[in-house]
Design a protein around this ligand. Structure first.
Ligand code: AMP
Length: 466
């Protein structure tokens, strides 16, 4: 593979005793933190904040969910505080900190965080991103703002329209830099960087350290301090990972069963393409699952609405592609399901980084077709661990699964003997698959397993491997 070059891993010191006060943050910032319910800094915050306050450039390895946004936002606010002004004149509010992010969703979330931490200061922030009418963003830009959060393309549009000036930027953040490169933002980044004053502080955050990221950091950072809060390509310890081996055409049935059998209130499902995300959302809706898709083809409003509905629990299953799901900040997401396996193993790390956040435990389930097993090997190499595997036998195929994985791999007997708790002639196995939420099937078979989804799942997943 050779894509991933590792930086030397730094020892993580025990920093839990450090307080925000000890990090020398101003009272107005501390007040906002207390109101946000933050009591102690996360490890990335404890490490990054003093370095940023010192004026160092930073290369930080941290995934979403580690508190990385506050790790850069708090010291930025602290450093800009002396320049905060209550003047109404736009000239007194030039853009002093520029935060570049790869996606609209992340842009919105980062700026919401900045705004909440800055709420007792006179510092102003704004977010600009593509996909919405540029004219709506211009009046706010003209009033003057110190902290601008932007996606690269839209920022350049504003530069071209002369609605923003970047000649007073003192601090630059490249957030999720690895993803920005993956999304082809390098030319845009170069153009933007050329517009900034040479004398400035640069902070780069990335979940993974590819050779491209190392090159970017060598080009744009000056004597950076490298900090890492977890091994960059390791997956969170508190995420239980599991693989179900299943034929591609059976994935939908299996997914439906897993969802209905789970008590997870929010599940994020990943597909590889936007088309697959939309199609799957429709199929699940037919099964009676409150599902929706979030992807780049939808309007910004639709994406925000889908995300809000998910956050509020109106939608329990959100289906997205890697790009669409970047930066989604959903606290304590209990479950992530990989409906299709990403070809880049780093994407797996990103995906499952959505769950088990901030100390909560989470589950990451992958539905793996025979064609996808090669990607799993790459993933296991990257995360340096083997993921538990189980062969799934989907109900309507159980009787005639010629050529299925179970028979092909000569494990038929295991599959049968591993389902001993079910009655030998459970009619549920003879029935074609029907969603359990279908009122007619439930009504016609009141005593059947059909309306006990948890047991269905137990019955269709039979063999452990590895
Ligand atoms: P991030 O990695 O920046 O996306 O942050 C993940 C989540 O952790 C967000 O919901 C933050 O509001 C939250 N968070 C960040 N810092 C802290 C902290 N020191 N204490 C508690 N929660 C935090």
């Amino acid at each position: 593979m050779g894509r991933v070059a590792h930086y030397h891993h730094y020892e993580i010191r025990t920093l839990s005793t450090i307080s925000f006060e000890a990090l020398q943050l101003a009272p107005e910032i501390l007040k906002a933190l207390t109101e946000s319910g933050y009591t102690t800094p996360t490890p990335i915050q404890a490490q990054a904040i003093p370095l940023v306050l010192e004026g160092r450039d930073l290369m930080a390895g941290a995934q979403t969910g580690t508190g990385k946004t506050a790790a850069f936002a708090l010291p930025i606010l602290q450093k800009l505080l002396p320049q905060a002004s209550s003047s109404a004149s736009p000239a007194r509010h030039p853009v002093r900190a520029l935060i570049l992010v790869p996606t609209r969703e992340l842009a919105i979330q980062v700026e919401e965080s900045v705004k909440s931490y800055a709420k007792h200061t006179k510092l102003r922030s704004l977010v600009v991103y593509g996909g919405v009418d540029i004219k709506t963003q211009t009046p706010r830009l003209k009033t003057g703002i110190e902290i601008l959060v932007a996606t690269p393309g839209r920022l350049l549009d504003h530069v071209e329209m002369k609605t923003v000036q970047l000649n007073q930027v003192q601090m630059l953040v490249l957030d999720e830099a690895d993803r920005m490169l993956d999304m082809g933002f390098m030319p845009d980044l170069k153009r933007i960087l050329a517009l900034l004053p040479k004398q400035r502080q640069n902070l780069m955050f990335s979940a993974t350290f590819s050779s491209e990221i190392k090159k970017l950091s060598a080009d744009f950072l000056t004597h950076p301090k490298l900090i890492e809060v977890a091994r960059s390509n390791a997956t969170a310890e508190n995420v239980a990972q599991k693989i179900y081996l299943v034929a591609q055409e059976d994935k939908h049935v299996l997914l439906s069963q897993l969802l209905q059998g789970s008590d997870a209130s929010q599940v994020l499902v990943f597909t590889k393409t936007k088309l697959a995300a939309s199609r799957l959302a429709r199929q699940l809706q037919k099964d009676g699952v409150a599902a929706d898709a979030i992807h780049g083809d939808k309007s910004q409003l639709e994406r925000i609405q889908a995300l809000d509905a998910f956050k509020q629990g109106k939608v329990t299953v959100l289906i997205g592609t890697d790009v669409a799901a970047r930066g989604l900040d959903i606290d304590q997401l209990p479950m992530v399901i990989n409906y299709e396996i990403p070809h880049a193993p780093e994407d797996y790390v990103h995906r499952i980084g959505r769950t088990g956040r901030a100390g909560a435990s989470g589950k990451a389930i992958s539905l793996v077709s025979p064609e996808e097993e090669k990607y799993i090997k790459e993933i296991e190499k990257l995360i340096k661990r083997e993921i538990e595997k189980e062969v799934a036998v989907v109900p309507h195929k159980a009787k005639s699964n010629k050529g299925s994985r179970v028979e092909r791999s000569g494990q038929d007997h295991v599959a049968r003997s591993a389902a001993p708790k079910k009655p030998a002639h459970d009619p549920w196995f003879d029935k074609p698959y029907e969603p359990s939420t279908n009122p007619t099937s439930a009504a016609s078979q009141p005593a059947q397993q059909a309306n006990k989804p948890k047991k269905q799942v137990a019955a269709i997943l039979v063999r452990r491997q590895g």
